[in-house]
Write a protein that binds this ligand. Structure first.
Ligand code: FMN
Length: 165
């Protein structure tokens, strides 16, 4: 039994290390609770799916307290962080009571909070969700988007990086 357990831990660690070789950007996914409270979390499972119709994908851990709120919301936003926004990534990956304290935001579709100073932001209609093991996979239609020329924050091997010049 002990052997199996440690073998599982080894698998999990090696699997995560292998996944960490896939360099990604970092996003903060934001929405509002039914009572209007802004909520958000750091996500690097974001990717594109389809151009026509415009669809994106990301996954959310089943265990997170914000999961029911994201499943129920009509709209949410994907905010792609810029290279000087590692602090926001840390903040939205934490269990802070008010992750939006002191943050100026704009209002997107359905009033969802849009972060400022980001590389790009996508407003999404929450349409399709699939069970995906210990995560829920969201596939959503993009109803609005913006981009800037800011350089992106990169995540690789469990740490933050910048694009080489
Ligand atoms: C770089 C990075 C990427 C992350 N990507 C995801 C992700 O794709 N899906 C997810 O469910 N959690 C992801 N997390 C973890 C959540 O951000 C973290 O569990 C957060 O505390 C969840 O917010 P909540 O506790 O307010 O629900 C990521 C964390 C970091 C630092």
């Amino acid at each position: 039994m002990t052997q199996t357990h440690s073998a599982d831990e080894d698998f999990s660690r090696r699997f995560r290390n292998a996944l960490g070789m896939f360099a990604t950007g970092i996003t903060v996914v934001t929405t509002r609770s039914p009572s209007g409270e802004p909520i958000g979390l750091t996500v690097n499972s974001f990717n594109s799916v389809s151009l026509d119709p415009p669809l994106i994908v990301w996954s959310l851990a089943n265990s997170l307290p914000s999961r029911p709120l994201f499943e129920a919301c009509e709209y949410y936003a994907i905010n792609v962080l810029a290279e000087d926004q590692a602090e926001l990534s840390q903040r939205f990956a934490s269990r802070l009571d008010d992750k939006f304290a002191g943050l100026a935001v704009d209002a997107g579709a359905g009033g969802v909070p849009l972060l400022r100073g980001v590389c790009a932001r996508f407003e999404c209609r929450n349409t399709v969700r699939h069970a995906g093991g210990d995560h829920v996979v969201f596939i959503s239609e993009v109803v609005g988007f913006e981009r800037s020329d800011r350089a992106p924050l990169i995540y690789f091997g469990g740490g933050y990086r910048r694009l080489a010049p």
